[in-house]
Design a protein around this ligand. Structure first.
Ligand code: URA
Length: 205
């Protein structure tokens, strides 16, 4: 008779069962993404940078912060003399959320329920990496690392604060710096990012 692939059909992971990131079905974002993008960097690191979600290029390559935002991030870290190889880089949400706009895939901000679903993975990374300082880049990252859906970047950027035994430094997201209009505003936002990275380094000593 014909073999019926029962095992394969049973292999569908449960919504809330611990599984590999690749197989995650905790929310629906996997459906339109090429692949999940996990964190990158040393197994343990004193500083963890958290972004929002993979972008178009990250979705295709499987690596965080390799596209335009990543290039700006590299420049800001270099200015702050923060070595990218020494920090752990990840995102609050591990799948690219987008909508078609012509031939392009336009980024969509993740919903709170998606941030919460994906916090399972961020928590695992936090346990493994055990950073002393988290740099939350943008509002989504801030909400994810504080667990506070009402947290605002403006308030959090005022000064570093302690949360669950570690420092949190909130800064602009690199994509914000890329799109903010006006050369002066852009330079100011960039400088604020660099200052945030310097603060993160200073908190280690
Ligand atoms: N923006 C993010 O927040 N993360 C990435 O990995 C790339 C762009």
């Amino acid at each position: 008779g014909t073999a019926i692939p029962i095992a394969a059909s049973r292999a569908q992971p449960q919504r809330d069962a611990p599984t590999s990131l690749d197989q995650c079905r905790r929310c629906d974002l996997w459906k339109n993404a090429t692949q999940a993008v996990g964190g990158a960097g040393p197994k343990r690191a004193r500083i963890m940078l958290v972004g929002e979600q993979p972008g178009d290029q990250e979705d295709l390559s499987g690596e965080p912060f390799v596209g335009p935002a990543g290039k700006l991030l590299d420049r800001a870290m270099a200015d702050a003399e923060l070595d990218r190889r020494k920090v752990y880089l990840t995102n609050a949400v591990k799948h690219f959320k987008w909508e078609p706009r012509g031939k392009r895939r336009l980024h969509k901000t993740p919903a709170q329920r998606e941030i919460e679903a994906c916090s399972y993975w961020l928590e695992r990374e936090l346990k493994q990496v055990a950073p002393d300082v988290i740099v939350a880049m943008g509002s989504t990252a801030l909400k994810a690392v504080t667990g506070d859906s009402h947290a605002t970047l403006k308030d959090a950027m005022a000064e570093p604060f302690m949360h669950e035994g570690r420092w949190i430094v909130a800064i602009y997201h690199p994509s914000y710096v890329l799109r903010v209009p006006g050369d002066d505003a852009k330079a100011q936002a960039f400088a604020a990012m660099v200052a945030g990275f310097r603060q993160a380094v200073a908190l280690l000593s």
